[in-house]
Design a protein around this ligand. Structure first.
Ligand code: AMP
Ligand code: ZN
Length: 465
């Protein structure tokens, strides 16, 4: 059985077939860089990372594009409040985003197009929609006329009958009930201050939806394989992307639409606007390893809601520790007494892992297969029936699993000997009041990625992220 994925377009699990054999083009809606992303957002990016890694595991070459929304109502407001330019303001959060994804061991996309660097592409798309009468201009803005696109609603299953006649929506974010013509290009208004472009469709700025249509098609072509995002993007964002892209090209835009469910806090979606969120930084400052967060986000199937709690995070940390202990134990095996069943058990574990992920990326089942393997092998080791060659084969399989899961990376957990020695050396120098020497050693430690903090309880350290 091959890979099956749940397609929001059909609300069914479908066999996955790529447009070009062996190659996949996928697009992931990226962050709006107006603030630090919260771990709910990272559920969306960890999911896209899992999908990409598993497609690679299956032998596909994957090209992934993720946009950075660096212009919208929120970024403009933020830069005005701080009295700095839009690009200065968004640069800070772009950097933070890349630091955060690195900490979460999310592999980088191939391209991260920024909206402000693609205004011409967006304007060209708006022009095309105007030419084809899918759009109209009013008061210097351009709107997509949804009545000209009869299949509007096919992704979200929204009905055209619910359309509010004559409604025009200019905001970047709107509610499910508000179905109407949406802004492609927004005429300049005082609130936008310095932020505008003089273009063939007028003075102003792009709407949010047009950015993803223009940039995905620029880097992936008119018709590509997979588009991902959280379920809140199904309507209006992705519905509008389909209307814009298919309206302009007359071709099918995307074959498979995949959406992750939300991360919740006490039963409610984690969101900036509800104030119930944690950024990655909030959690790391409590001393958690970022990979424990990755584990937590991965361990529940992506189409199930996941309630965030610190107990849950502790559980993820413990599960991760069990895997690390297992790896350490395998590395310490010296026996030559091989177990006859090992080859068979490894084979079964691998097929169990693959069958689970083939079934719409069922990660909780895949992790279950790994823990079954850990249990069985631990039993063999306890009984003294396990050789170093068996251990090597098991380690190789664990590494193979980890090419998909990305959870066994672990420099965060321990200080190596060299750093411990340097810390002692520095403490000694401080005791002897050799400040220059102590400073020199501190710099050496910092160059190894460790930050020291001298507190009344003694010197503390943390890993730089
Ligand atoms: P935004 O920056 O709001 O456009 O969101 C970026 C991504 O995070 C989108 O794919 C959203 O669907 C997703 N997202 C936002 N909140 C959550 C949440 N609480 N749980 C899971 N995904 C979310
Ligand atoms: Zn998007």
């Amino acid at each position: 059985m091959g890979l099956r994925l749940f397609n929001t377009l059909t609300r069914q699990k479908e066999d996955f077939v790529s447009i070009e054999p062996g190659k996949i083009r996928m697009y992931t809606c990226g962050p709006t860089v107006y603030d630090f992303a919260h771990i709910g957002n990272f559920r969306a990016y960890v999911f896209a990372d899992l999908l990409k890694r598993y497609l690679r595991y299956k032998g596909y070459e994957v090209k992934q594009v993720m946009n950075l929304t660096d212009i919208d109502d929120k970024t403009i407001r933020g830069s005005q409040q701080e009295k700095i330019s839009l690009s200065e303001y968004t640069a800070r959060y772009k950097d933070a985003f890349f630091q955060d994804i690195k900490a979460l061991n999310i592999e980088r996309a191939d391209v991260y197009p920024e909206a402000t660097a693609h205004i011409v592409d967006m304007v060209n798309l708006v022009k095309k929609l105007l030419e084809k009468s899918h759009a109209y201009q009013l008061g210097g803005s351009s709107y997509f006329k949804i009545s000209t696109f009869p299949s509007y609603g096919k992704l979200s299953k929204m009905k055209m009958e619910d359309l509010k006649a004559g409604a025009r929506i200019s905001k970047d974010e709107y509610e499910k009930e508000e179905i109407g013509d949406f802004a492609l290009w927004k005429a300049w208004d005082e609130k936008d201050g310095e932020v505008f472009w003089e273009t063939e469709v007028g003075k102003g700025r792009p709407g949010w939806h047009i950015e993803c249509s223009a940039m995905s098609m620029k880097y992936l072509g008119k018709h590509f394989d997979i588009h991902t995002g959280g379920v809140d993007l199904i309507f209006p964002h992705h519905e509008n992307e389909i209307a814009q892209s298919e309206g302009a090209t007359g071709e099918k835009f995307v074959n498979y639409w995949l959406h992750n469910e939300h991360l919740l806090v006490e039963g409610r979606k984690m969101a900036k606007s509800f104030g119930n969120y944690f950024t990655l930084r909030d959690i790391l400052s409590k001393g958690y390893n970022p990979i424990a967060i990755r584990y937590l986000l991965l361990a529940t199937h992506y189409r199930q809601q996941l309630n965030f709690t610190f107990e849950g995070l502790d559980g993820a940390k413990n599960a991760l520790q069990r895997l690390h202990d297992f790896i350490d134990r395998l590395k310490g095996i010296r026996s030559q007494k091989s177990h006859p069943e090992v080859a068979e058990i490894l084979k079964e574990a691998q097929s169990g892992f693959e069958e689970s992920l083939d079934d719409d990326l069922n990660t909780s089942s895949a992790l279950g297969k790994i823990f079954d393997l850990v249990k069985e092998i631990n039993r063999f080791i306890d009984e003294g029936d396990f050789s170093s060659q068996d251990a090597e084969k098991t380690l190789a399989l664990m590494q193979r699993f980890d090419s998909v899961l990305g959870i066994l990376k672990r420099e965060e957990l321990k200080l190596d000997e060299k750093i411990t020695e340097l810390i002692q050396k520095r403490n000694q120098a401080r005791k002897e009041k050799k400040w220059e020497e102590a400073d020199k050693v501190r710099k050496e430690i910092e160059s190894l990625g460790i930050i020291l903090e001298d507190t009344p309880e003694g010197t503390k350290w943390k890993k730089r992220i």
